[in-house]
Ligand binder design. Structure first.
Ligand SMILES: [Zn+2]
Length: 317
């Protein structure tokens, strides 16, 4: 998910030179084929909220192998899997979260999302057998990581944090889940947290399985870039902002787990198309804005792209 104030707005404008540095995040199986015609290639998502042009001859074909023009709903299926059934969530609380209410707000977020009319938007996405994503997600386990890789993380460190959690047995091997590395505000992600993005998702082979994982940093580190407001509806500006970024990454991971399923011609995944768009809001008792109630809590969470009715950013389906 891109930051609020600065972001790559498209390769056509030549503003995406930074993308080359993130190519290593693409671990989707490239469909080898004869060189496609230009109109058969969509930009591939990087998982960081911008698309990048695939190398010549390595564009993804659609499942049918036909022209992959933008679908009737503004987003196109590219043949890869989606996540089915109840999607598991694992939290790795990295750094120092002692006394931070994020550790109750963000677990409540997942239980509130599951079965909600908001999360139901994801059920408009399906795989090549027309099996749709379920309106069901579950926080299965949370663990802590006490700065095992220090306070300046490269992308490879995030991968290593997830890998260590799994191979040590602290977390199970679960290919039908998303592992979130949630870093405290004193931790940087040096490939662009707070300057290019607020979170990202990708996947890779860990313990022999295709593991989906995501980085979401604490926007208390950079509220002007990664938080929509300075007071959150749950009284924790950083955690309340993380709720929107985390949800963004979760719904992208569910509909595009291997970066080869649902995205548009610019490489934007479903949530990318609605980043920082909140729709109708209301004011909570502490003065913060919110736009949905999930369980007992108010949240301000960005809209998501509906893959129906011609496609639109919405808060409910
Ligand atoms: Zn995104």
């Amino acid at each position: 998910m891109k930051i609020k104030l600065f972001g790559c707005v498209g390769v056509l404008l030549g503003l995406c030179a930074i993308n080359a540095a993130h190519a290593e995040l693409i671990r989707g199986v490239v469909v080898q084929q004869t060189m496609p015609k230009p109109w058969e290639v969509d930009n591939r998502p990087t998982g960081k909220g911008w698309g990048e042009r695939p190398p010549a001859g390595q564009g993804y074909a659609t499942s049918t192998g036909r022209k992959s023009s933008t679908g009737a709903n503004g987003i196109t299926y590219h043949g890869g899997p989606v996540m089915l059934g109840t999607t598991g969530v694992y939290y790795i609380w990295y750094g120092n979260w002692a006394g931070n209410t994020a550790t109750s707000i963000l677990p409540d977020l997942i239980s509130g999302l599951s079965g909600s009319s908001y999360y139901n938007i994801n059920t408009t996405y399906y795989n090549g057998s027309n099996v749709a994503v379920s309106n069901s997600t579950l926080l299965k386990k949370s663990i802590t990581d006490n700065y095992s890789r220090g306070t300046a993380l490269a992308d490879a460190d995030v991968t290593a944090i997830v890998s260590s959690a799994i191979t040590s047995g602290a977390l199970p091997v679960d290919p039908n889940a998303v592992y979130f590395v949630l870093t405290s505000a004193d931790v940087n992600e040096t490939s662009g947290f707070c300057t290019s993005y607020c979170g990202w998702h990708t996947h890779g082979t860990i313990a022999g399985q295709d593991i989906k994982y995501s980085f979401v940093g604490n926007p208390d580190r950079c509220p002007t870039a990664c938080a929509a407001q300075t007071v959150g509806p749950n009284g924790n500006a950083g955690a309340d902002a993380m709720a929107s970024v985390l949800t963004h990454e979760l719904e992208e991971a569910v509909t595009d787990p291997d970066l080869n399923a649902w995205y548009d011609t610019s490489g934007a995944e479903n949530a990318d198309k609605c980043a920082w768009k909140f729709g109708t809001t209301y004011t909570t008792s502490n003065g913060a804005k919110a736009n949905m109630k999930l369980g007992a809590r108010d949240f301000l969470i960005q809209q998501n792209w509906l893959n129906a009715s011609g496609g639109l950013c919405t808060l409910a389906h």
